[in-house]
Design a protein around this ligand. Sequence first.
Ligand code: HEM
Ligand SMILES: *[C@@H]1O[C@H](CO)[C@@H](O)[C@H](O)[C@H]1NC(C)=O
Ligand SMILES: *[C@@H]1O[C@H](CO)[C@@H](O)[C@H](O)[C@H]1NC(C)=O
Ligand SMILES: *[C@@H]1O[C@H](CO)[C@@H](O)[C@H](O)[C@H]1NC(C)=O
Length: 505
Amino acid sequence: MTHLSILNVWRVQSVYRCLFFICLGRVYCASLATSPRTMSVVVLALCVTISALLYYLSVRKFSYWRNKNVPHLKPLPLLGNYGEYILMKKYVGHVSQEMCRKFSKEPYFGAFYGTEPTLVIQDPEIIKLVFTKDFYYFHSREIAKYTPNEVTTQNLFFTQGDKWKVVRQNLTPLFTSAKMKNMFYLVGKCGHTLEKLLDEETAMSGTVEAKSLMIKYTMDCIGSCVFGIETGAMEITTEKNVFVTMGEIIFNTSKFHGYKLVCRAIWPKIFYALGFKYYSTEIDIFFKSLLMSVFEKRNFKPTARHDFVDLVLALKQKNHIIGDSLNSKSMDNKKIEMKVTDDLLVSQCIVFFAAGFETSASTLSCALYELAKNQEAQRRAQEEVDEYLRRRNNKLVYECVTELPYIEACLNETMRLYPVLPVITREVVEDYTFPSGLQVDKGVRVHLPVYHLHRRPEYFPEPDSFHPERLYGDARMTSNPTHSSRSARDRGNVSVYASPKCRRP
Ligand code: HEM
Ligand SMILES: *[C@@H]1O[C@H](CO)[C@@H](O)[C@H](O)[C@H]1NC(C)=O
Ligand SMILES: *[C@@H]1O[C@H](CO)[C@@H](O)[C@H](O)[C@H]1NC(C)=O
Ligand SMILES: *[C@@H]1O[C@H](CO)[C@@H](O)[C@H](O)[C@H]1NC(C)=O
C-alpha cells in the first residue's frame, strides 16, 4: 500500500472515529447531563480521545523506514529524531552530527524530522547523484510548493520546478566575471569606508563587535552592487540604520521565530492553514518601495551600470520571461514562459539582500574570530595582504580574489568549520530509486549533513581546529588522506561552501 492510500484509509477511519465519539458524548450528555460528575467523565473521555488522536497523528509515519528496511533511530512522538533542535536546545549541526556518528558505516540512514520521514545521506558519491546527475528528482528545497503563500518566499532560494529554473536562467547573467570585475570598484569603496569606521570605533573603545561590524560592511556592499544605492549602514548615527533594522527583522533570532521556522518547515499545511506567515509583510513593503524609488531615479529605463536593478528593470519591461523546463524527461526542449509581476521581482531583491549580507558577514566574523585565536595564521594573513598592497601600489583591484591564496585558504577553512547551512534540505520531487535499490517516495525529505561532513576526521584530520595550511599550497594535495579511490580534489567538491554563529553551545 502506498503512503498516500494509507493516509486516505486513515482519514476515512478517523471520520468514523470522530462520529463515534461525538455520538458517545451526546448519549452521555442526554442521559446524565444533570450530574456534574458525569459531565467530568465526558470531558475526560473527550480529552483522552483527542490525545489519542494527536498521538496517532504524530506517529503514523514512523513505520516508513522499517518498511523500507533502512537503518534508522527510534523516533519520539511529534519530535522524531530532531527533538533537541525543535525545542531549540541544540544547534542543528550537532543534532545531525550525533545521528550520523551512530551510523558511521552507513552510506545513508532514515530519520524523522518531527513527524516526517527524512533520508540522511552521508556518502559523498550518493550526494553527488542528488546534486548533479539526478538533480531533477531532488531539486526542490523542502516544502517549496508552499512558496506562493508569501511574497518573500517566491525567490530563487525557496522556489522549485520551472519557476526556479526560468528565474535562475534570467538572473544568471548578473554573475559573469566581467560583471563582477566591473562592479568591484564599489566593493573597494566600501572597504575604505570600513577602514574609516574601524578607526573611529577603535578610537572610542578597545573592543569592536565583529559580527555587527561585518554586517554593516556587507550590507553596504550589497546595497551598492545590487541596488545601486548608498545604505549608510557604516555611518555612525544615533538612529538605527533602516537596512540594519530590515536585516534584523528578516533574521529575527527570537525563540518565537525559531518555533515558527520549525513548524513551517515540518508542518507547512497546518502552518499556512492557520493563516500564519513566516516573514513579516513589513519586509516586502520596504523592498517594494525601495525598488520603485530606484526605478524612478532611473526613469524606468536600464542605465549603463548593467547592475541588478537594470536587469530587474529590463525584466519588468518585458512582462514575460522565457526559459527551459526543468523536467529532464521532456526531450522536446519545451520553452516555458512566465509572467513577471512586481512581487516576483521584489522577492528576488529580498533574497539578494538577505542571502548576500548575512552569509558573508557571518563568514567574515567567524574568520576574524579564528584569526584572533590563531596568532600565527593572523600574522601570515596580514603579511600576505601587506605584500599584495606593496605589489599593487596600495590599490585594491578585482584580481585580489586570485592573488591572496592564504586569505582564501583562511576563508575556506572558516566555511568548513562554520558552514552557513549546517544541513542542506531537499524534498523528493518524484519517486526515485537509488542505485542500491532503495526507493523513496515523492515528498520524502532529504538531509545533507554538511556540518558533519566538514568535521569528519577521515576527511579533515583534527577536524575541529582551524588550520588554513591544510588548504594552502602543496599541503592541499597531501592533506585529507581519505578513501583510497578518491582524490583530494574530488572530495573538495563535496564540501559545499557554507557558515553561521562561531560560538555555538
Ligand atoms: C559566504 C557567502 C555565502 C555562502 C556561504 C552562501 C551559501 C549558500 C548555500 C549553501 C546555498 C545553497 C542552499 C541550498 O541549495 O539549499 C546558497 C544559495 C543561494 N545564495 Fe548564497 N551564499 C553566500 C553568499 C551569497 C551572496 C553574496 C548572494 C547574493 C548576492 C547569495 C545568494 C544566494 C541565492 C540567490 C541562492 C539560491 C540560488 C538558487 O537556488 O538558485 N549568496 N547560498
Ligand atoms: C522578533 O520577534 C519578536 C517576537 O515576535 C519581536 O518581539 C521582536 O520585536 C522581533 N525583533 C525584531 C528585530 O523585529
Ligand atoms: C576555496 O574554495 C573554492 C570553492 O570550493 C575553491 O574553488 C578554491 O580552490 C578553494 N581555495 C583554497 C585555497 O582552498
Ligand atoms: C570537482 O570540481 C572540479 C572543478 O569545478 C571539476 O573539474 C571536477 O570534475 C569535479 N570533480 C567531480 C568528481 O565532480
